[in-house]
Write a protein that binds this ligand. Sequence first.
Ligand code: SF4
Length: 353
Amino acid sequence: MVKHKQEPDVLSSSPAELEALMAPWGVPAYRARQLFEGLWRRPIRDYGDLTVWPKALRLSVEDKYPLHRVAASRVQTGQDGTLKLLVKLFDGQQVETVVLPHDYGYSVCVSSQVGCNMGCTFCASGLLKRSRNLTAGEILDQVRLANDLIQERGHVISRVDLMGIGEPMDNYENVVKFMRLAHEPLGLNLSYRHFTLSTSGLVPEIYQLAEEGIPVTLAVSLHAATDDLRSSLMPIDKAYPIAALIAACRVYGEKTGRRVSFEYALLAGVNDTDDQAMQLVRLLSGFSCHVNLIPWNPVPEHPFTPSSKNRVEQFQRIVQEHGISCTIRKELGQEIDAACGQLRRREEEALSP
Ligand code: SF4
């Protein structure tokens, strides 16, 4: 039987919300702030570790609001230091979290939903439909878990990508709250500029995010430059065609001052032609943006094959020659079920009768 999470959810609460929650029990505001600090800055596993609190207070709050930390049920380590985690939630459901080493330090790629309903035809995550949204605290706790794992290497997470399982804009309120909580000075104190939010292109939410006052990098999964091709790869294109999507992205860039990034996974013979590259150039000309070409990670259930290295470089050349910033994403963790969603899917298959 699925357990239901107690409300209110301590892990999803801001310092002010914790103060309001504790006040009826006569707990002073500074104790609530100590709890928030303890949850995120020097993370406690449970209330027993919060030794700045009197024991009686720890016991009484633990009774009312148990903590539901996420936990790694499997960790795969790549030769390049990439860590891919299968992460168990309080109700036994699982998502994936990936910790990536870079020249500047470590980033973490977090999941925002259990499964995804967007139905992109090249994606491993979308093969399992969404069963629920993650809470803000469950998303934030993936960052805490990543920090736990790399602190023995003397590092902390400095960048966060919302690019794991799920469409973040389809879990808008919790995702925005997650970013606000991660930005809290009493907690992880992460700059909004160090977040990248990936979306398949939910236009109304892009406009909404532009008004939030949280200038994160928007990474839009484009993957094709014409609606006929894009709608065959990404059903969301039928609801929000490319012209409407690009218009929303331009507004986002203007309002936030952040350069929008367009993600483009190259599929051999499908979207990697010179013609698509030129269509992309026409689409983005005059827009201060960035194109990120992604060598596609094969997913056995999908009929595509990755573009050759030469083709990827030729595509990049065409885009760059027309004055558009364009890079090829470095492939990390190649040998460890690299396509997002593969690890979880394999685990689910192994468990199914
Ligand atoms: S690419 Fe992203 S939005 Fe599309 S199905 Fe996969 S997880 Fe969902």
